[in-house]
Design a protein around this ligand. Sequence first.
Ligand SMILES: [Fe+2]
Length: 294
Amino acid sequence: MKIETRAKFPDFVGFVSGIDLKKDLDDKIVKEIDNAINKLSVLVFKNQNIDDDEQVRFTKYFGEIESSGKTSNITKANDRRLSTDLADVSNLDKNNKPFTKDDPRRIFNLGNRLWHTDSSFKKIPAKYSLLSARNISKEGGNTEFADMRSAYDYLDKQTKDKVKNMVCEHSLIYSRQRLGFDMTKELSSEDIKNFIPVEQPLVRKNNFTKRNTIFLSSHIGKIKDWIRPDSMCFIDDLIEYATQLKFKYIHKWSKDDLIIWDNRQTMHRARAYDDLIENRDMRRTTVLGEEKLI
Ligand SMILES: [Fe+2]
């Protein structure tokens, strides 16, 4: 196995070759991959023609799987296309047909176009996400990743002091409200209960590399002890700053790419494609975080 980086980002995004994810991996290789995720935050594996079981097995090398159920989405159990071990980030219903324009599940999934970290709205937020490209769109559909460790490092001292002990409220409802999703019309009272905001610190430290990172996400709707409009102005400025080109890797997908990213130290967003026509099948497994942060 070989892991290479590119000149622009010596410590962000590794390109992994010489490994077949269909096969069993020994402890040494798993440790090597795990260390590389901690150091590089994003790992790209090309030509991995894996099925769901193989993706789940590979994911479990890095921890417990986060179940993708009613606290992650509004899709009802009997409308699911995939098992709850996988988050369905395609544009497809259970008959493998693209969602129609007004389908609430499509509109809800548009939240993935906003910069976010997966499951930051859960009490124990996600550790790693693994996204497998089973079928890609002809145009568009890139995924962008931003390095929240470099973004932290470049903050001026005044801002570092300001964010040091900051606590933010995260909820799927906050990110969907940004898009004008009509909560009263589209969400049941049970959905709303499932998406109650949780508090997370804005600054985290990676215990392996000891680097600080900004735990930022469009799921943030409020800073603790701040009013919401002030919170939103501050968070939006920070997201704009943290996602500028110098912190950002843009991935143009090929079929059978698999990417692992570390949600503790990156943000990501999906880019647009013709989702009413194209059939884009992307399947995500998620490694549960190890601790409640507050
Ligand atoms: Fe995501």
